[in-house]
Design a protein around this ligand. Structure first.
Ligand code: AMP
Length: 289
């Protein structure tokens, strides 16, 4: 049967597992391939770019919206994390996706829930894991659940969260999941700031300072590609980020696949990754060398 034009499809919001199981059973019965785009809502153009990639690669697209409590530490912004469900649904309705999977916390973590996936490898790279030690176990557990629940052929994750993309790729391989994990490029504002749901926390002054991160990443990437010594290039980059008003968590050069530290960029793919705080907002970004 021919697929309906995307914009004509009726967008269903499903919140409970039996209804999700029936919807997925229907997709399978029609031999439709499924793409999943996991999100925490507060959708912006970066999320919507993932949706477009999903639509280009599968017959049916599910976007999950779930603010996952287990990936937030007690001092982090779980309570204040932006929740904009009506706007998210309206934005997704325009894209012509098939289904929003928006489970409650009780559906994802019912009473007695006692299983956590603790990822290793890229989850122990000394990057996000150093500053958010709880984070990847929370992400791995919820993503494994979403992949099992939605049975997608592919799932799209942004390179914006580069270490997370590597952790999920490893997880899918290690658990033998059938889903192919696909990375998607970072969408940026005109001045280079990577789109993020947390950008809305920035004051006008902080927002004006924020593109410094991307500028420094690019300067460092150029310096390293031109044969500059990695340690010296990064030292300068760290100082520039501090001068722009950030408290730096890390600015590192890593092997783009393993995330292992690299002493030189010769003969291997290198990724520069940064995390820094400005006021109460923590921003992350990365570029290829
Ligand atoms: P989040 O809702 O922040 O958990 O993000 C959901 C997905 O969107 C993740 O795979 C992110 O990496 C991706 N994402 C977030 N921001 C961007 C961006 N600026 N460009 C591309 N993908 C993004």
């Amino acid at each position: 049967m021919a697929l309906k034009k995307r914009s004509k499809r009726h967008l269903r919001v499903i919140r409970i597992l039996p209804a999700l199981g029936r919807a997925i059973g229907n997709f399978h019965a029609r031999h439709h391939t499924i793409a999943l785009v996991p999100t925490m809502g507060a959708l912006h153009a970066g999320h919507l770019s993932l949706v477009r990639i999903a639509q280009a690669r599968a017959d049916c697209v599910i976007v999950s919206i779930f603010v996952n409590p287990t990936q937030f530490a007690p001092h982090e912004d779980l309570k204040t994390y932006p929740r904009t469900f009506s706007a998210d649904r309206a934005a997704l309705a325009k894209t012509g996706i098939d289904l929003i999977w928006a489970p409650s916390i009780e559906t994802m973590y019912p009473a007695g829930f006692a299983t956590t996936i603790v990822p290793g490898g890229p989850a122990h790279a000394g990057l996000e894991d150093t500053f958010r030690p709880h984070f990847f176990a929370g992400v791995a557990t919820v993503v494994a659940k979403l992949l099992i629940q939605c049975e997608p052929d592919i799932a799209i994750f942004g390179e914006k969260d580069y270490q997370q993309l590597k952790v999920i790729t490893r997880l899918a391989r290690d658990l033998g999941l059938k889903t192919r994990i696909v990375g998607a490029p970072i969408v940026r504002e005109a001045d280079g700031l990577a789109l993020s749901s947390r950008n809305r926390y920035l004051s006008p002054k902080q927002r004006a300072a924020a593109p410094a991160l991307y500028r420094v990443l690019n300067d460092c990437a150029r310096g390293i590609a031109a044969g500059g010594p990695i340690a010296g290039v990064l030292r300068q980059g760290r100082a520039t980020i501090a001068r722009a008003g950030f408290a730096l968590d890390y600015l590192e050069a890593r092997h783009a696949e393993t995330l292992a530290p690299v002493a030189s960029a010769k003969g291997k793919p290198v990724r520069l990754l940064v995390a820094a705080r400005i006021g109460k907002t923590r921003l992350i970004d990365n570029v290829a060398v």
